[in-house]
Design a protein around this ligand. Structure first.
Ligand code: UDP
Length: 461
């Protein structure tokens, strides 16, 4: 039997890119003998392909138990009802756990759900905000919240000076919700993340100090910030947790054997891995340009095309790939075990939408990138990949917003083989060495959250 000193309830916003890092962080806490319960919406749980065996999961309601966000119709309707019903069902859950003799001490919540702070305060619990995006992006939303950044800018190349950034950035580098007026409601939610942050005990950011020192130092003056990243399983970093094979809580089923068998037959650093994450939707025209760009690059490629995106592929594309031999072999899968893929020696570059998890994962595994950001925080991440960390290039869109096949081909060749891309490849390897989760950082966080956790005794029978 193991005794637990503290009990943390984890509340992620129910999308893949938010759940993955919170789950990994939870595993780290659990390895320090802190009891963990993850609260997920019934609608998300319903679609999950498999549940992790090592974590306790509890259901709460977002008010749309059958279809979640899709059932709600509008985004505003979803978050409004989630707040109302979520607050109640989260409170009931905390009560239930207390009645069962296992009271919760602390809530680690996604700031997309800021109402969780009120619930935590009602029960006298420690509250911890967990930002799944990086500090630079959070800093931009913070300044929109404070009214410091006046938007939208008039031109794409207009320069914006953001406090905490060493140099101005262009409008095309800020998160899309900030510059597109039709995303006003989403921006409202992003800005609301800061509405009650002054009441929380800690603010955790899924980033690494060395990656964005200046902006982290700057934000630390306002909030009690701790960086905790990269939140990827320790088996890909320091191998500290032995039983750490499960990666995510996913509604997608990875085609593991097919991917890895295929990669095992490709030469070292020969493959372009292509993925746009769990949400981004590409135009059919963009899919066609990408397909042709990959073909013309004469490189082998592994391309994740979610089943909902597959009808946009050029006609007979998948069938033709099966007939290709020699260089330029390709495999299209609907979902893959991304970390195992990125870690594979056959991977030479990652053509990515620059979702923050994908970016951190590539950095942590030393893979150089071709950035093709689509929306939300991805343009800001791509800006850092290209200009700050110099570990990739950004594929330029034309005036219609499409990246053409010639550009895709050029970027892949630059990152994978040309002399001009040598520095990028070397830099990617440098970050790999630096970005290992540091035990001291974790211990510092845990000591602050649970001052007496070090005194926990483990009783075995
Ligand atoms: N992912 C995966 N298999 C895939 C594609 C993506 O496991 O085939 C994971 C990836 O490792 C990352 C997450 O899904 O952890 C995507 O998060 P990210 O922030 O990169 O993008 P989002 O889906 O939020 O746009």
């Amino acid at each position: 039997m193991t005794t637990h000193q503290a009990h943390c309830l984890i509340l992620p916003y129910p999308v893949q890119g938010h759940i993955n890092p919170m789950l990994q962080f939870s595993k780290r806490l659990q390895s320090k003998r802190i009891k963990i319960n993850i609260a997920l919406t019934k609608s998300f749980l319903k679609n999950m392909k498999e549940l992790p065996t090592s974590m306790s999961i509890e259901a709460i309601s977002d008010g749309y138990d059958d279809g979640g966000r899709d059932q709600a119709g509008s985004f505003l309707a979803y978050v409004t009802r989630f707040k109302e019903i979520g607050s109640d069902t989260l409170s009931q859950l905390i009560q239930k756990l207390a009645n069962s003799g296992c009271p919760v001490n602390c809530i680690v919540y996604d700031p997309f759900l800021p109402w969780a702070v009120e619930v935590a305060k009602n029960f006298g619990l420690v509250s911890v905000a967990f930002f799944t995006q990086n500090c630079a992006v959070d800093n931009i939303y913070y300044h929109v919240h404070k009214g410091v950044i006046k938007l939208p800018p008039t031109q794409n190349d207009e320069e914006i000076l953001i406090p905490g950034f060493s140099s101005p950035i262009e409008a095309s580098d800020v998160p899309t919700f900030v510059i597109s007026p039709e995303a006003e409601r989403i921006l409202e939610m992003l800005v609301n993340q800061f509405s009650n942050l002054d009441k929380v005990d800690w603010v955790l950011i899924n980033s690494f100090y060395e990656l964005e020192k200046e902006v982290i130092d700057w934000m630390s003056k306002i909030y009690p910030i701790k960086t905790i990243g990269p939140t990827i399983p320790s088996m890909y970093l320091d191998k500290r947790l032995h039983d750490d094979k499960e990666y995510g809580l996913s509604i997608f089923k990875p085609m593991t054997n097919e991917c890895l068998n295929w990669l095992n037959h490709q030469p070292i650093s020969s493959v372009v891995y292509v993925s746009f994450g769990s949400l981004a939707k590409l135009e059919a025209e963009q899919m066609e340009e990408l397909a042709c760009g990959l073909r013309n690059s004469n490189k082998n490629f592994l391309w994740v095309v979610r089943s909902t995106e597959e009808p946009k592929l050029p006609k007979n594309f998948i069938e033709e790939l099966k007939l290709t031999s020699g260089n330029n072999k390709g495999l299209v899968v609907s979902w893959c075990p991304q970390l195992q893929v990125l870690e594979h020696e056959s991977i030479g570059c990652f053509l990515t939408h620059c979702g923050w998890n994908s970016t951190l994962e590539a950095i942590s595994l030393g893979v150089p990138m071709v950035a093709m950001p689509q929306w939300t925080d991805q343009p800001t991440n791509a800006k850092f990949v290209k200009d700050v960390w110099e570990i990739g290039v950004r594929a330029k869109q034309d005036e219609k917003g499409i990246v053409r096949r010639e550009i895709i081909e050029e970027c892949i060749k630059l990152v994978m083989e040309e002399e001009k891309g040598k520095l990028i490849r070397e830099n990617a390897k440098k970050w790999l060495e630096m970005l290992w989760m540091k035990e001291e950082v974790q211990i510092k966080i845990l000591k602050n959250l649970f001052p007496s956790w070090l005194n926990v005794r483990v009783i075995k029978n």
